[in-house]
Write a protein that binds this ligand. Structure first.
Ligand code: PLP
Length: 440
């Protein structure tokens, strides 16, 4: 109550903008779920630079949430600002390819070790298209994912486990989604093998390291089993690096040496300008195109897999992606940010040790997570059992009231390539203060 009162007193302008917005937007926010994201009314944002942003009430926040990883390039990264400005001035959409698209595809091919790329506006759409290609090429419908996953808001992935039943995750979805999806626990090789056994699974869709239920690392041998079992079952493997790409220059699949049939990315690859992408092997790319070439015959069903959109791969997104990938998310930037990630994880670990709380701290390159159990969770079920959403919400609110923006849910703090040592030290100091208050 004390922290909520402090928050309310400091955010009068956000509150009044929201009241005004209620006349034109349900709940007074551009996406109604925003209201339920946090335990207090939404803050209206105004400007951002580097590791910080400001709200309309004049507060400055050290950004450790990065807009759910989209801000990993930092706010207003100069090469992207310039590229986007140039592109807008010279025309931003033609529904035609441009050279930027080639550069981005070539770059992604090298960085993520798959030769052929296609573009969308979001990671959700990249996952949706990958699922369609896998279904078409296998003649199967089921998508297998791991409990605790999030792969965006496409129908086929919006399922969760209720006991051992698969149910729709949200309302407004067709009941058929549950029959077309299967969920198993991460790191459970026997469970995976059993779930693939009916040979009806088109695609296993997973992150190389799970990030939407804390940080869940693959146990030794799990990645190898994933690759072998999917091959043996005639099932495609897709790695969703949308979040985990912040962990290492070549993504976490690169870090662990896991080969894949598809790889999807979004969010940070164009510094938060909408751009999603997916890579494929040569074989998949060749098979995904209909024999006999492209035929447009209005009125007939097209012999094409359902992909594409008018604004997908627009010139503005490709210009932003080119600048972000080649000038901001460089190997040197990753080296530096990963060192800062270690400084942050070590600092958080020391604060936890000093507090004597029986918590664990996990790290994925630039990203860290503190879990309320002595050892990190091995799967979604363990993560949920050990979590305490009320405590997390309180910790987040405490931080927000002291100028640190955090997810406070399943996504722990992340440093962007724009953070520096002082930012990390400020975060760690405040985290230590918070634990002091919690334990005294
Ligand atoms: N994949 C993963 C792993 C994600 O965490 C998310 C979003 O949080 C998505 C895909 C969907 O991204 P978007 O909402 O930008 O489509």
């Amino acid at each position: 109550a004390r922290e909520l009162a402090r928050f309310a007193a400091g955010h009068a302008r956000s509150a009044s903008l929201r009241e005004r917005a209620k006349a034109s937007m349900p709940r007074g926010v551009p996406m109604s779920w925003m209201e339920s994201l946090y335990e207090y009314p939404p803050v209206f944002a105004e400007t951002g630079a580097g590791s910080r942003f400001r709200d309309v009430d004049g507060h400055e926040y050290l950004d450790m949430y990065l807009g759910d990883m989209s801000g990993f390039c930092g706010h207003a990264p100069v090469p992207v600002v310039e590229a986007v400005g140039r592109r807008m001035a010279e025309g931003n959409h033609f529904l035609l390819p441009g050279e930027d698209a080639i550069v981005v595809a070539e770059h992604l091919a090298e960085r993520y070790r798959l030769p052929q790329w296609q573009f969308t506006l979001s990671a959700t759409q990249a996952n949706t298209e990958v699922i369609r290609i896998a279904r078409q090429l296998t003649g199967r419908e089921v998508v297998l994912m791991f409990d605790g996953k999030y792969h965006g808001h496409g129908d086929p992935t919006l399922v969760v486990l209720e006991g051992d039943r698969t149910v729709p995750e949200l309302q407004g979805l067709p009941g058929s989604v549950t029959g077309q999806a299967r969920l198993v626990q991460f790191n459970d090789v026997a469970g995976l093998e059993a779930a693939l056994a009916p040979r009806d699974v088109a695609l296993v869709l997973t992150e190389p390291v799970m990030t939407n239920v804390g940080i869940i690392e693959p146990a030794p041998g799990f990645h190898a089993a994933l690759r072998e079992l999917t091959r043996a079952a005639g099932t495609f493997l897709a790695l969703d690096e949308t979040h985990s790409l912040v962990g290492a220059y070549g993504g976490m699949a690169g870090e662990f040496g896991l080969a894949t049939d598809f790889l999807t990315v979004g969010k940070a690859i164009a510094a938060g300008v909408p751009l999603g992408a997916y890579g494929m092997t040569e074989e998949v790319a060749a098979r995904s195109l209909p024999a006999g070439g492209h035929q447009l015959a209005m009125g007939d069903a097209f012999a094409e897999i359902a992909t594409g959109g008018t604004l997908f791969a627009n010139a503005l997104a490709m210009a932003a992606g080119r600048a972000a990938l080649t000038e901001v998310l460089t190997p040197q930037a990753f080296d530096r940010a990963r060192e800062l990630g270690t400084r942050m994880a070590d600092g958080v670990r020391e604060a936890v040790a000093a507090s004597s709380l029986p918590w664990n701290v996990a790290q994925m390159g630039t990203h860290a997570y503190y879990g309320f159990a002595p050892v990190p969770a091995r799967n979604g079920a363990e993560a949920r059992v050990n979590d305490d959403p009320d405590l997390r919400a309180l910790m987040r609110l405490w931080m927000v009231n002291r100028g640190v923006w955090e997810s406070g849910w399943w996504l722990g703090p992340t440093v962007s390539v724009a953070h520096d040592e002082a930012d990390v030290d400020e975060y760690v100091a405040k985290f230590g203060e918070l634990l002091d208050e919690l334990t005294h």
